[in-house]
Design a protein around this ligand. Structure first.
Ligand code: DP6
Length: 362
């Protein structure tokens, strides 16, 4: 795949107008089967599966210009303000993908990004940002095209993966799987593919209420966490577990069995944190309130029978997942029992989204 994209690479920017602007909005996603551990050029050690969010999105505006002394350079702003740390990440990314898009050397790029959700809120901003940026770059290459086909999205997912593994899944709407998985033909380590056809109609909208336990930046980043998997004592067992869990989750979805669905999703969340606890050195991102919230959710499910479960990202905040059918009952429970456990009563209400949207191109 990579070699195909290299051999197809467009050498110079002759096909582009003198200047222009592209804006993509792309969602964050929450993993149900967790990607944890990687190798080589951002290849996953295990397959993962996620749900795209609707309201938690990044908006990336990319302006380009040809005839200027600044060609071959990039300026980056986050919410209108220059951000050096972010710029370094963008520079590194553009350098990494330069072989696929050689025409970028002829352009001066101005990138401005913003999010609809706060930083460190338990919603992954690197996934939404990197997927929106990859979509902008792929759109540059297809600037004269009016519509985008599945090859375009596949390439964008491949490019998003090089920026952040989980970003590969954000390029697709609804439910997406990334990582070669023997039970799922068409799955790939290089890009994500849609998983939506395996989800029964009544579960194609799942609500996600993120209970913010702590909004401070994490002590240990996901990148460090992935690195710690390289020599993890449980590495092989984790790869096996994820492969088994994705298969179990496919079965649970196809039989529309919420008990099994929630069992696998919660097993994945707790296993992710168990891997952090047992890394060398080990670390703890869970907080007391995280555990209190998990206990309350499990107790509520037992007593009410409602279709609810939880998942966790690599942080202390809890994603409460529930079906459309359970919405009213669960939201009353969240308001009464979980909200008091949230930092400043902060909860982000979101749900399954349709995927990225091209907002402007001229
Ligand atoms: C726990 O995709 O943020 O959210 O590839 O280094 O950018 P990089 O890591 P990232 O890792 C996400 C880890 C996770 C699980 C998941 O989203 O599958």
């Amino acid at each position: 795949m990579g070699t195909k994209y290299i051999s197809e690479a467009v050498a110079d920017a002759g096909f582009l107008p003198e200047k222009g602007k592209i804006v993509w909005e792309s969602p964050s996603n929450i993993a149900l089967i967790k990607y944890w551990g990687k190798y080589g050029q951002q290849y996953p050690e295990n397959p993962s599966l996620s749900m795209s969010l609707k309201k938690s999105v990044s908006i990336v505006e990319l302006r380009f210009r040809k005839n200027t002394d600044k060609k071959g350079t990039v300026d980056f702003k986050f919410e209108g303000i220059e951000n050096q740390q972010f710029k370094q990440r963008v520079d590194k990314y553009l350098y990494q993908i330069a072989g696929y898009f050689p025409f970028l050397k002829d352009l001066y790029l101005e990138i401005n990004s913003s999010n609809t959700f706060p930083h460190s809120s338990g919603v992954a901003s690197s996934a939404s940002f990197m997927s929106a940026l990859a979509l902008c770059i792929c759109t540059l290459e297809k600037f004269t095209h009016q519509t985008y086909d599945s090859d375009f999205y596949q390439k964008a997912s491949f490019m998003a993966r090089l920026g952040s593994g989980s970003a590969s899944r954000s390029v697709l709407g609804k439910f997406a799987a990334w990582g070669k998985n023997p039970g799922f033909s068409g799955s790939s380590d290089e890009y994500a593919v849609s998983f939506t056809e395996f989800i029964p109609e009544n579960l194609r909208i799942i609500h996600d209420a993120v209970i913010i336990v702590n909004s401070a930046p994490k002590k240990v980043s996901s990148s460090q966490g992935h690195q710690l998997m390289q020599n993890h004592f449980y590495k092989q067992a984790r790869i096996q577990q994820a492969n088994t869990n994705i298969f179990r989750l496919m079965e649970a979805f196809s039989s529309n069995n919420w008990e099994s669905i929630s069992d696998v999703i919660e097993n994945e969340a707790l296993s992710l944190h168990a891997l952090m606890l047992s890394s060398s050195p080990g670390y703890i991102l869970l907080q007391q309130q995280t555990i209190d919230i998990i206990d309350a959710i499990r107790e509520f499910r037992k007593v009410s029978g409602a279709q609810i479960c939880f998942t966790l990202d690599a942080g202390p905040n809890v994603h409460v997942l529930y079906t459309e059918k359970a919405k009213q009952q669960v939201e009353t429970f969240i308001d009464k029992e979980l909200k008091p456990l949230a930092e400043n009563n902060h909860i982000i209400y979101d749900k399954t989204g349709e995927g990225p949207v091209l907002k402007e191109k001229f």
